[in-house]
Design a protein around this ligand. Structure first.
Ligand SMILES: [Zn+2]
Length: 261
């Protein structure tokens, strides 16, 4: 397995829409459809206790914890990256909690959906083309076709960011963090996702390919709020630049950069 940059034609990332589920910690936003019908990904069997191990991990023996994307953009690779991201996030946050003498309860489930309202959170339908952390149910849900489109348009790094951001909302709940404005909660989650990924890279549990940092930046810029969105609005996540800045502050300075740690 060789590290190499993912270079592929990219769709326009402008004109993004951010929806909102009030009971959910977050909705990342929408990406434009690619040309042609959206790719379909078979629903994956969710078994967070038994994440599939990548070939690289198997090759390196049971003790190895390195995760590395192999540069392909197949549904299988997507599902593997999602499972890896979840496993890494669970391990990372368990470690952070342990270091401060607390026990960590992983986010209960990660589920996929394909249609508006197929999954509900606190009685509210979760809309298509989104990813959320649902506070009442303590689960992460993502539209699998939308997420797969983003993975193909932006790159595999986006999957790690997406899962990292939603997982951070679960951690905020566990820490009792509740800011006055949505934007504060969201920018901190971006920062925490950055800290999780930066720390994982520094710890050697995640290996980035050339171009992955640029994919993070592109992904963050893609999910920024519309310029018309007031910063204080319920559901505001931050401008593209604010989101990217927050993520990279966490990436570079770890949790101390996110008012944590
Ligand atoms: Zn969020």
């Amino acid at each position: 397995m060789t590290a190499h940059a993912r270079r592929r034609p990219r769709g326009s990332l402008a004109a993004l829409v951010v929806a909102l589920v009030a009971a959910a910690g977050c909705v990342v936003g929408g990406l434009p459809e690619e040309d042609g019908p959206p790719p379909r990904v078979p629903p994956q069997s969710q078994d967070p206790e038994q994440p599939r191990r990548s070939q690289a991990q198997q090759d390196r023996g049971p003790g190895a914890q390195t995760t590395r994307a192999d540069g392909t953009d197949t549904p299988e690779e997507f599902q593997q990256d999602m499972a890896d991201a979840q496993r890494l996030a669970e391990r990372y946050w368990a470690e952070q909690f342990r270091a401060s003498g607390q026990r960590f309860q992983p986010v209960r489930r990660v589920v996929t959906y394909q249609r508006d309202g197929e999954v509900t959170c606190g009685g509210q339908a979760i809309p298509a083309n989104n990813a959320v952390y649902c506070t009442p149910g303590d689960f992460i849900a993502y539209d699998i076709n939308w997420s797969f489109s983003a993975f193909r348009q932006i790159g595999d790094a986006f999957v790690f960011y997406l899962l990292g951001h939603e997982y951070a909302h679960g951690v905020q709940i566990r820490l009792g963090i509740r800011y006055s404005f949505t934007i504060q909660q969201e920018l901190q989650a971006d920062c925490m996702a950055g800290a999780f990924l930066g720390d994982s890279v520094r710890a050697g549990t995640l290996v980035l390919d050339d171009g992955d940092l640029e994919e993070f930046r592109e992904g963050l810029l893609a999910v920024g709020d519309d310029p018309d969105q007031p910063w204080f609005a319920e559901g505001a996540h931050g401008t593209p630049q604010q989101r990217a800045d927050s993520f990279f502050r966490g990436y570079e300075r770890s949790l101390a950069g996110c008012d944590l740690g």
